[in-house]
Ligand binder design. Structure first.
Ligand SMILES: [Zn+2]
Length: 135
């Protein structure tokens, strides 16, 4: 039998993990949805890319890695658990990197096009995780 204290702790852990963004969103489903919504399905179908969480991204909210055989999108759950309201914008930012890896003219054009559709895309994370961690 659980003591009340154990039960309380159990419930606390449960609600914590339910709050974790990794348990609340489906990266592949959202990728497919945003590909449709913002890119007219022009980006690589989700079956041909890898998309996952990475706790080791440091101050970066997300990252796009492309090599000759694979494309990987990574999102930082530490950052996004602090600022879950930026999830859509950060995922779509990384998705623009499938068109161009740099924050170049093409990237800015895409960011502006998508901002006009109602989703603000920023070049840099709004929050600097390094500064927050040093506090
Ligand atoms: Zn970027």
């Amino acid at each position: 039998m659980h003591s009340n204290q154990q039960l309380e702790l159990y419930l606390k852990n449960c609600s914590f993990s339910l709050n974790d963004i990794r348990n609340r969103v489906d990266l592949e489903e959202d990728y497919t949805y945003f590909n449709h919504l913002y890119f007219d399905d022009a980006l690589t179908p989700v079956d041909f890319i890898t998309i996952h969480w990475n706790t080791l991204l440091g101050a970066n909210a997300g990252m796009c890695i492309k090599n000759y055989k694979s494309t990987i999108l990574e999102l930082n759950p530490i950052y996004l658990n602090l600022y879950p309201e930026e999830y859509e914008s950060i995922l779509v930012h990384e998705m623009i990197h499938l068109i161009t890896l740099e924050h170049d003219k093409k990237f800015l054009q895409e960011a502006k096009r998508i901002s006009n559709l109602g989703l603000e895309i920023t070049i840099n994370c709004k929050h600097n995780l390094n500064l927050i961690m040093e506090k």
